[in-house]
Design a protein around this ligand. Sequence first.
Ligand code: E4P
Length: 230
Amino acid sequence: MAVFLDSGKITEIEKYMKMGIIRGVTTNPTILLKDGVIGGMKAIKERSVEIAGKISPYPLAVEVTTNEKQGMIDQAKEFSQWADNICVKITIHGPNGELDNLEAIHELETKHNIRINVTAMMSAQQCLLAALAGATYVSLFGGRVNNMGYNSCDEIVKLRGALDSFDLKSKIIIGSTREVLNIIEWLNAGAHIVTVVPHLLEGMLIHPYTKETVKMFLDDAEKAEKALKI
Ligand code: E4P
């Protein structure tokens, strides 16, 4: 059971690594764009190598930027050379339902020994097929599932049951976190990993009543010290 950070920002990654609470980092092209990674593959490589170095031996997920089969395979091979702890994200299918992706995923896992995180999945059944294809990680987008009106926890329970029954090695990552509550509820439902955006990790950690309690302790310690001096 682990928490990954869904971020491409070095300062955020360093912050939570120093606390010892994250066990990996996930990115995608949208996250990298938001976190200032512009300039194509050169910029993606620079940031990925930097993140991978900071979190080693924990894994960093880097997503391919093409949906063409040979292009996905070539990028996956390239990314996996950047650092030992890089795994490659490939979506379950293309923007129009193209199915080359699973062939690429299967080939990369079985012939090239490259760890693949199959991503952008919205149902247990998609994840099961990705697991059968040999994916190291299967990423279900829990927040998007909930936003479509389905219960992400139900999907996680079904998926974990199927993976365990068929003795499939894939680890379930639930991403697309929208609420602090998601993190514990998804882990309890059977996710191996939840990948969390930084502001929700902070929301999970900091509690207003804890602040008030700590202030009381510090104020009373100060009063006690002053009282001693009198
Ligand atoms: C996970 O690995 C994904 O990159 C991420 O959680 C997607 O979240 P979103 O629904 O906020 O785009």
